[in-house]
Design a binder for this molecule. Sequence first.
Ligand SMILES: [Zn+2]
Length: 96
Amino acid sequence: MSPQRLFLLVLLLYIAWRLLKNLIRDQITQKAKDLRQKESEQAEGATVQDTLVEDPVCHTLIPQHQAIRLRHNGKNYYFCSDSCCDQFTGTPGGKE
Ligand SMILES: [Zn+2]
């Protein structure tokens, strides 16, 4: 085997090793991220689970953590959907 081929082989092995290491690291960080997200979702769900808010446009009651929040004139408004939110902001004097 010529020294050149040996060098190439080592280089290939090195690249493969680097790729593998990155792959493993990415998977681990992704898992940690997923876990953290799940935990924060659970914590959020536990604290606001029972709070129902009323959509000022269609008057539907929605759990607060599922609603679309809009801050308007220093007050929080909650909507069941983007279209209700748009309707609310698109209406002049939409607040009560
Ligand atoms: Zn609505």
